[in-house]
Write a protein that binds this ligand. Structure first.
Ligand SMILES: [Zn+2]
Ligand SMILES: [Zn+2]
Length: 144
């Protein structure tokens, strides 16, 4: 389940990150914030052009990179490409080694799950990535 962000919420989020709101930035933010599938830049570009929006690949790329440096989206390397995640709540990922899809895994992060200090460095968060075969790829394997 994903909390859907409407236009007003998205405008507020962008403003909260000191990003000036433009129609293109709003469109890209709408897709990435409301996506659960961790789309790549070309997937975001395809969604936009299919919906009739005239936007170049470079514009989408620049907007995503701007969101990334602002901290709205996180880059996830999966197989041969980068995917982007705007799920701002702490969570883990499962990356399928076969199809490259990235799934969110709910994880309750509490102090008891991880050390608060390692060799004098203080730890305040933890990122876990699981790798394996997703259920679809697992089924394909069994059929062969
Ligand atoms: Zn898979
Ligand atoms: Zn995610």
């Amino acid at each position: 389940m994903i909390e859907l962000y409407d236009k007003d919420k998205i405008v507020n989020i962008l403003k909260g990150y000191s990003i000036r709101v433009t129609p293109n930035r709003l469109k890209v933010a709408e897709i990435i914030l409301n996506s659960e599938v961790h789309p790549s830049i070309d997937e975001i570009h395809t969604i936009l052009t299919k919906s009739g929006k005239n936007i170049s690949f470079t514009s989408v790329y620049n907007i995503i990179k701007m969101f990334q440096s602002a901290g709205i989206v996180k880059e996830i390397k999966s197989k041969d490409r980068s995917r982007y995640d705007a799920n701002l709540k702490p969570h883990s990922h499962f990356i399928c080694k076969n199809c490259g899809r990235v799934f969110d895994v709910d994880m309750e992060i509490t102090n008891s799950n991880f050390p608060t200090s390692i060799n004098g460095m203080s730890v305040d968060s933890l990122e876990v990535t699981y790798y394996g075969l997703c259920s679809e790829c697992n089924n394909d394997n069994k059929d062969n």
